[in-house]
Design a protein around this ligand. Sequence first.
Ligand code: SF4
Length: 351
Amino acid sequence: MKPNEQTRRLMVGGVPLGGGAPCAVQSMLNTPADDAQTNLDQIERLADAGCEIIRMAIPQRSCLDTFQAVCEASPLPVVADVHFDAEIAIQAARRGAAKLRINPGNIGGPAKTDAVIDAAGEAGIPIRIGVNAGSLDDALKARTDLTLPQKLAASAEEYVGYFHARGFDDVVVSTKASDVPTTIAAYRLLAEKLPSTPLHIGVTEAGTLFQGLVKSASGLGVLLEQGIGDTMRISLTDDPVQEVRACWTLLAALGLRRRGPEIVSCPTCGRCKVDLIGLARAVDDCLQAVHKPLKVAVMGCVVNGPGEAADADIGVACGDGVGVIFKQGETLRKVDETAIVDALMEEIGKL
Ligand code: SF4
C-alpha cells in the first residue's frame, strides 16, 4: 500500500483527505482579510480553476466577521489560518471554518493549544499542524545530533502525540521548508513515523512563478510519485489561480489526476515556418476554459507533427504558413496560420 492509502480519512467540508482519496488541490487567498466580497470573487476564480480547499488568513480578531461571511457564501471549504492568537482560532471554529491551520509553537502555550483543540472538537473539524523550519522551538533548534529534516519531523511527531493524547485524532500535518531536499527528507520521515496522519505537502515560500514552479514540481513530484501527500499546495509569489493550475498540471504529469486538456507541443526548430510559440500559447489560453480530459497537439512541421497530431484527440501539424487539422487520427482540413486556433477550438467544442 502507498503511504497515502494508509492515512486516516478526514473530511474538510465535503472534501475527503487521506485514506486513499485523491490528493486534494488547495490554495490560499491573498485578497484583503477584511473584505468579504473580494475574497469571494477570488474564491470563484479559484474554484473555476479546480481549487478544492481554500485557506484564508485571519490576522486579527476584527477580521472574524469577514471570515464568517466568506465561509457562509463560499462554494469551497474554507480553512482558517491563524497565528499567535488562540482566541481567533477558537472563534473561527465556531464561525464556519472547515479546518484550522495553526502552528502550536506560536499559539500561546499548552493551555491555549488545548482550548483550540477543544473548539475544533466541538465543531467537528480537523486541525492542520503546520511546522515550519523558521519556527522550531529553541530546544529542538539547538540540538546538534539531528539534521533539519529530523528536527522538523520530531517537532511534528511531538505535536501529533500531544493532540492524540488529548483525544483529538483529526490532524493533518505539514512540515515545510523552502529548500527542496529538506522538504523531501522531512516528508519521507513523517510518512514513516506518522503513517496514519494525512500530510499536507508543499515547498513553502518557493518564490516567483518560474522558480516556484520548478522547486515545487521537483520536490512534490518526488513525494507524490512515492505516494506521499494527501493534499497539496504549490506556493507561488503570483496569482493563486496559477498555484491551482500548477497543482493540476503536476498531478496530470504524474498520471495521478487529470482535469482539463493536456497540450503536446514541440519546442520548434529551424524547420518551423509558423509562429508556433505564439500559437501554442494562444491554444493554452483558450483551453483554460475547457475541462474535458483531452490531448491537444500543436506541432511545428512534418517531421513529428503528423504523428503526434494524429495521436491526439485534436491536433495541428504546421507547414509554411498553414496547418493541417487532425481529429482522432483523421485529417480534417488545411487552414491558414491565422485560422489555426479558431479551427482547433471549433473542433474541440464538438467533442
Ligand atoms: Fe522542429 Fe518539426 Fe520537431 Fe517542431 S516538430 S521541433 S518544427 S522538427
